[in-house]
Design a binder for this molecule. Structure first.
Ligand SMILES: NC(=O)c1ccc[n+]([C@@H]2O[C@H](COP(=O)([O-])OP(=O)(O)OC[C@H]3O[C@@H](n4cnc5c(N)ncnc54)[C@H](OP(=O)(O)O)[C@@H]3O)[C@@H](O)[C@H]2O)c1
Length: 326
């Protein structure tokens, strides 16, 4: 195993242990020991240990071990590298990008709702599918690996009914080591989930759909009350998912679903993979009643661009929807 593989195993362990971390945890340590990566919550794991990575959330590690790398969380968008220590560049890049999602449970428990991260692969003109609905594949191979890493680190993956019908995604983890997330589908019928039941034994949740008498018993129906007339609020869906044990959700579209999350202030992080192609028309990534003036646009509290194969991924934490910018 090279250091990147060990780093990935460490992130998977971190994602599990973060569920047990105290809410006010200031920092944690990741010991990248081959075969047995270990986590210390405000402590450095003892005994024979591999290279150590300190991840600082709100606090500072008082005694950084010699040779350790130090990463500091910038909100929940990235874990910036403060010191590289004995960790190679590729592994640092992996940890910088994915540590915030491995730590998603801490943010979720602080907020009392699941952390949410959306992802689209889009053309240069902002389309996630052609006018016929075809979207395979706008992103490149590296983007698919990225999506599978996100699936493995998040407790759940969520899609809307039209994406289920059009793309028939398997929603499992195939391109990297890791467990399949719970599958969450909005607005579909139970009989449309037959393929997903075959693909994986991970939880399968149907949200906002009436239960039919012949629905498979393995499908969990999650009823979320609407606060008034109109569709169920995505923030209420994230609260209900959290109550059912799902602390982080990867929102994989489509446009209608993800736009609903954005406009309900229910997206913590937006990931947009920009592929070097133009479609000229089709399904836009975000669609809602547009703003009149640029100063009312959705902005980001923090963001960065990450090269991904021949494309580039925007990663940002949206500021409140509807807020005016100076
Ligand atoms: N390039 C990419 O990264 C990417 C990723 C995903 C999808 N896509 C493309 O996107 C297209 C589909 O997008 P879309 O916007 O048409 O559909 P969509 O978002 O996949 O599904 C919309 C449906 O989901 C249900 N839904 C969404 N939010 C809901 C809520 N808050 N409460 C209840 N139900 C909710 C509704 O079902 P009901 O109306 O039945 O209630 C709604 O009609 C496809 O062409 C697909 O290929 C591209």
């Amino acid at each position: 195993m090279d250091q990147v593989d060990i780093g990935w195993q460490g992130l998977l362990v971190l994602a599990k242990e973060a569920r047990l971390a105290p809410l006010d945890m200031g920092w944690c340590a990741l010991s990248l020991e081959p075969q047995d990566p270990r986590i210390g919550l405000e402590t450095v794991p003892e005994g024979p240990a591999g290279p150590v990575v300190i991840i600082e959330l709100d606090g500072r590690c008082p005694a950084v071990p010699q040779g350790a790398a130090v990463l500091r969380m910038r909100g929940w968008v990235e874990a910036q590298v403060v010191a590289g220590g004995a960790i190679d560049g590729a592994t640092l890049g992996l940890l910088r990008l994915y540590a915030p999602y491995a730590l998603g449970s801490v943010l979720a428990r602080r907020r009392g709702r699941a952390m949410s991260v959306s992802h689209f692969a889009q053309s240069l003109d902002g389309r996630i599918a052609t006018f016929t609905g075809d979207s395979r594949w706008i992103g490149n191979e590296d983007n698919l690996i990225h999506a599978h890493r996100m699936r493995a680190l998040c407790d759940g993956i969520l899609i809307g009914a039209q994406t289920l019908r059009r793309d028939k995604p398997r929603l499992n983890v195939r391109r990297v080591p890791g467990d399949d997330p719970a599958r969450i589908v909005l607005g579909a019928r139970g009989d449309e989930l037959a393929d997903l039941l075959q693909v994986s034994s991970a939880r399968l949740l149907l949200v906002c759909s009436p239960k039919a008498p012949n629905d498979d018993a393995r499908i969990e129906h999650l009823q979320v009350a609407a606060s008034g007339a109109g569709p169920v609020k995505p923030a209420a869906i994230l609260k209900a998912l959290y109550d059912s044990g799902i602390h982080s959700v990867y929102v994989e579209g489509g446009s209608h679903t993800t736009s609903g999350f954005l406009t309900d202030n229910a997206l913590d992080v937006v990931q947009l993979h920009h592929a070097p192609l133009i479609l000229g028309g089709g399904v836009g990534s975000f669609g809602f009643e547009g703003v009149e003036e640029v100063r009312s646009s959705v902005r980001f509290d923090a963001h960065f661009y990450e090269p991904v194969g021949d494309g580039v991924m925007f990663v940002g934490a949206p500021s409140s929807f509807g807020e005016e910018n100076a």
